[in-house]
Design a protein around this ligand. Structure first.
Ligand code: ADP
Length: 471
């Protein structure tokens, strides 16, 4: 079975968040399970593209509205990622360093999708499955079904995975002429609330919808940034499949980014060496519990509560705990985190920005990982933390609910229900108690490190979905 994964991100090529981790791992495990999974993303002007070898396998041009674009399909020569990787290079649109947040993102991602489908049709490729990820590829199910130009792909089953339903890629009808010609009676498949909505379009047109955790599937029928009714209507073709983690990349025994490697049977020394690295680097106290947060500094992650929370817990527990924040996002929040540095010297620090290596060391060296998310479709951080023996403190929502069981219920994490300072603070207090009870803490770490969230089983669930569509 040949499956094309089409996405804006793919680790290690281009990453902003969890989408990249999934697209960089699931296809690899599908290939290991005997399928042929390929990945197609835009060709950004970034480190990976510049440092690796590609061959041009196709070139073409197309009109999008009044604009005309040339494009090339570049194939990574070695398949070293465990799958065939194709970059869609479109000069003027993607030869820039960042993935998102340009004014012409609508033009960029619409052109990406058109170029991809043109490539398939111009080279007579008819895959078994087109697997689209999030709204950046959400117009593909509509286009293969309705654009005359792609007639030969009409019977190819399409799958949409919703990694985050908050972002939908809306644009106005004056850009509808960007799409190749289709019958005007089909316009309804593009719109939601009087605007073109690529995510809604994919929800309507894809043969199957998957969400990245079962709980998130439940939640989006009540809260999905305006798409609740549509998702309820399309529920019969939807399924929640919990993400896995790439245990070949995220393995404390072999992870080359760590200050020190360690295994389950001797985790204490290795974790402590990583903690020492962090404490030396960020001027923290190695004998005290280290609380961390890694992620985008946005409202949906509950990040705006963290400066005040840090202030409260550091004030109430003077010299008793450490807090280390790694993230970027809202600039006001970034400044608040920076400003706390001078107030709690020796117990607090932050790194504002994106740093993959540091994230790995924090998962290994921290004692607790805070995730007070409002919305967490799956969440990978808690799974990485568990594998590295760091206890997650999570709000029960989405994938966090599906993956973290509270120590009070015989589990390996600390959970709370509300995104409030009161609830998070209570969890922090419980965490300090756990840290002080050395035996219990160690047993909890051992349990956490043994939890298996690898992709092997999850890949089989996707294969079952693909097969059901081909039948
Ligand atoms: P989301 O995709 O909503 O941001 P996930 O939990 O699914 O959240 O995935 C987040 C991924 O991004 C993880 O691999 C995490 O380690 C990584 N990450 C987020 N922010 C940073 C950062 N500032 N530096 C390094 N890695 C980060």
């Amino acid at each position: 079975m040949t499956i094309f994964h089409i996405s804006a991100e793919c680790f290690p090529v281009a990453k902003v968040g969890g989408l990249a981790d999934v697209v960089g791992a699931l296809p690899k495990y599908l290939n290991q399970a005997g399928q042929t999974a390929k990945v197609v993303i835009p060709g950004y002007d970034n480190k990976f593209t510049n440092e690796n070898q590609f061959e041009s396998v196709h070139q073409g041009n197309f009109k999008m509205g009044w604009f005309e674009f040339n494009y090339s399909i570049l194939k990574e020569r070695t398949n070293k990622l465990g799958f065939e990787l194709y970059l869609v290079a479109i000069p003027q649109l993607f030869d820039r360093p960042n993935i998102y947040s340009y004014e012409d993102d609508t033009e960029r991602f619409t052109a990406f999708q058109i170029a991809f489908l043109n490539w398939l049709t111009e080279t007579n490729q008819i895959p078994d499955i087109l697997h689209c990820h999030d709204h950046h590829t959400g117009l593909i199910p509509f286009m293969v079904q309705n654009c005359y130009k792609y007639e030969q792909l009409k019977s190819v089953p399409t799958v949409l995975t919703i990694h985050n339903g908050q972002y939908q890629g809306w644009f106005s009808f004056d850009k509808m002429h960007y799409l190749p010609e289709f019958h005007s009676s089909k316009i309804g498949f593009l719109e939601w609330n009087n605007i073109i909505n690529p995510l809604a379009s994919a929800i309507k047109c894809a043969w199957k919808i998957t969400t990245v955790s079962p709980s998130y599937l439940e939640e989006i029928s009540h809260s999905a940034n305006g798409l609740e009714n549509l998702l309820r209507y399309e529920r019969p073709k939807s399924i929640g499949i919990l993400n896995g983690i790439d245990t070949q990349v995220w393995n404390p025994e072999t992870d080359e980014m760590l200050a020190s490697n360690y295994k389950l049977s001797a985790f204490e020394k290795g974790k402590l060496e990583n903690k020492k690295f962090l404490c030396d680097e960020f001027n923290l106290d190695i004998t005290k519990p280290l609380f961390t947060f890694i992620g985008r500094l946005v409202h949906e992650k509950g990040a705006e509560l963290l400066p005040e929370l840090s202030d409260i817990i550091l004030y109430r527990n003077p010299n008793q705990i450490n807090v280390l924040i790694l993230g970027s996002g809202d600039t006001t929040l970034e400044n608040q985190f920076e400003n706390l540095k001078s107030k709690y010297v020796g117990n607090y620090n932050c790194y504002i920005g994106y740093n993959e290596k540091l994230a790995h060391i924090i998962y290994a060296g921290a004692d607790f990982l805070l995730m007070p998310s409002r919305v967490e479709p799956c969440g990978l951080n808690q799974m990485y933390a568990l594998r590295y023996g760091t206890i997650p403190i999570v709000r029960r929502t989405g994938g966090l609910k599906d993956t973290v069981i509270d120590i009070g219920d015989g589990g390996f994490g600390i959970c709370h229900d509300n995104v409030t300072l009161f609830d998070i603070n209570h969890s922090v207090t419980r965490a300090i108690d756990l840290f002080l009870d050395k035996q219990k803490h160690q047993n909890t770490i051992k349990t956490a490190m043994q939890i298996d969230h690898s992709w092997n089983l999850v890949a089989q669930e996707y294969i079952a979905v693909y097969k059901s569509l081909m039948n």
